[in-house]
Design a protein around this ligand. Structure first.
Ligand code: PLP
Length: 491
């Protein structure tokens, strides 16, 4: 593709994208394709000869797009949102154009410096304590996902714990090594039973034990100081070493918020245990001052992570991880062979983000964040959060208007409603009926929603954070859910 062919293809692609968004509300949210459909449509070998862009674009339209799920559609009510926006798409375009695996500052100084600046902007906008800003000992770094962020912090936590809580008690290198080797097999990470599975997966990857602490409906499924204290004691009685804890601001199934202040108090005698906040979805709401009270207790925590790529208008991937002390990441993750050394890095005046993450190379992700922040401004981003929250409240009210048919299972939070269908007789459980309704809705492909089991109860979760969502679309979604629920209940 030469520059002029590129110009033509790129203009046509932009037109395609604009037309896509203009028709997004009319598209069936979930694809009709069957597993393996694409293998039947594409050749089994890569093309021998170059092909024209026109042919490729035609195949993209006729073979790939039919197999897409439309996450930006107002009828996408599943999981959590996975927003994008036009400025974010432009950021990706430029990022691809100036492609650089910018692992060190010198690889492309603007890539590193813009990242530091936009993450400081975001931290200030969310009301994070100043210790998490880059002008002190802390700072932010963009990770690929919240899962990657928790693995990264867990590795740093393991390193810090083994050094500060274990090795520091011994004098000789030999003694230190023996103590570290003995301690490794006893390390345990904690989270609540509502915490996203990424913490358990991180423990698996880090080769440490994992304990999920039970939560209760009376506490709104939040992890409390008392439950944590009990779990810590039980683990220590078994000789285990608590080195890591994830607390959640907005769990996946029900958006529960753990009791940060109580957790901080309970962990006062555990200075070497790393405390991490996972605010992957709900953290986006913190850009509005009225939600910043959720941060009470954050001063007890070592790290905080939120995904702009869920609800905050930036397309995947943009997980914003903040640490109170950046040296805890760099101590654990910095290895500098001679080919990675350079004057700027050796001077200590620059950040090399490769030392704050697992991979070496990294994408220019701050550009899309910068474009979104400048195009929307804080006001526009807050408007998006408040608008979509309002649509969530609108849906909850519709559900509450039919207590004979729907029962709310957990308090609606951050735009998420969790409910069951009420059976008309005792022959069927609410869980079975709810599952039947959810399956029928998803099979119909008019809406896409997810279910989750809360304390063994099967529930439907509905959430929208799409910039394309409206009250009207949500009312239509409710009418559809209502009609199917009534029909299924009569069966
Ligand atoms: N934490 C929470 C609360 C989530 O809901 C999710 C995903 O939905 C994750 C972590 C994992 O996010 P990611 O896909 O960025 O790893």
């Amino acid at each position: 593709m030469d520059p002029e062919e590129y110009r033509k293809a790129a203009y046509a692609s932009i037109d395609y994208i604009v037309d896509y968004y203009k028709t997004i509300t009319e598209r069936q949210v979930v694809s009709d394709v069957q597993p393996g459909y694409l293998r039947r449509l594409l050749p089994s070998e890569m093309p021998e000869e170059p092909e024209s862009w026109d042919d490729i674009q035609k195949d993209f339209d006729s073979k790939i797009v039919p197999g897409l799920t439309h996450w930006q559609s107002p009828n996408f009510l599943a999981f959590f949102p996975g927003n994008t926006s036009f400025p974010s798409i432009l950021g990706e375009l430029y990022s691809a154009a100036f492609s650089a695996p910018a692992f060190n500052w010198i690889c492309s100084p603007a890539v590193t410096e813009l990242e530091t600046i936009v993450l400081d902007w975001l931290a200030k906008q969310m009301g994070l304590p100043s210790e998490f800003l880059s002008d002190g000992e802390g700072g932010g770094v963009i990770q690929g996902s919240a899962s990657e962020a928790v693995v990264t912090t867990m590795v740093a936590a393991r390193d810090r714990y083994l050094r500060d809580a274990i090795a520091s008690k011994y004098l000789t290198e030999e003694e230190k090594e023996a103590a570290i080797a003995a301690a490794r097999g006893k390390l345990v990470a904690f989270a609540s039973d509502q915490t996203h599975s990424s913490t358990q997966k991180a423990a698996l990857i880090a080769g440490v034990k994992f304990i999920a602490i039970k939560t209760y409906p009376g506490d709104d499924y939040a992890l409390t100081g008392d439950s944590l204290t009990k779990a810590l004691k039980e683990a220590e009685d078994k000789g285990l070493l608590p080195f890591f804890l994830t607390a959640s601001l907005g769990t996946t199934a029900i958006c529960a918020v753990d009791k940060f202040v109580e957790i901080g108090e309970a962990m006062k005698d555990y200075p070497h245990t790393w405390k991490h906040i996972d605010a992957a979805y709900s953290g986006a709401a913190l850009i509005c001052p009225e939600f910043q009270h959720y941060l009470a207790g954050v001063e007890f925590f070592d790290s905080f992570d939120m995904n702009m790529h869920k609800w905050l208008l930036v397309n995947f991937d943009a997980s914003c991880l903040y640490v109170r002390k950046r040296r805890h990441l760099t101590d654990a993750l910095s290895i500098t062979p001679s080919y990675l050394r350079n004057e700027a890095s050796d001077s200590g005046l620059v950040i090399d983000y490769r030392d704050w993450q697992i991979p070496l190379g990294r994408r220019f992700r701050s550009l899309k964040i910068w474009f979104v922040m400048r195009t929307y401004g804080a006001k526009g981003m807050q408007e998006h959060i408040r608008k979509t929250l309002g649509i969530g409240v609108h849906f909850t009210k519709l559900i509450q208007s039919r207590p004979d048919l729907f029962s709310i299972v957990t308090p609606p939070r951050f735009g998420l409603s969790v409910f069951q269908i009420v059976p008309s007789n005792s022959d069927e459980s609410a869980g079975d009926l709810t599952k039947r309704v959810a399956d029928r809705i998803n099979n119909g492909k008019v809406l896409f929603l997810t279910t989750s089991a809360v304390d063994g109860k099967m529930c439907i979760r509905v959430v929208t954070g799409s910039p394309w969502a409206t009250d009207k679309a949500m009312t239509q979604a409710f009418d559809y859910i209502l009609a199917i629920s009534e029909e299924e209940r009569k069966k």
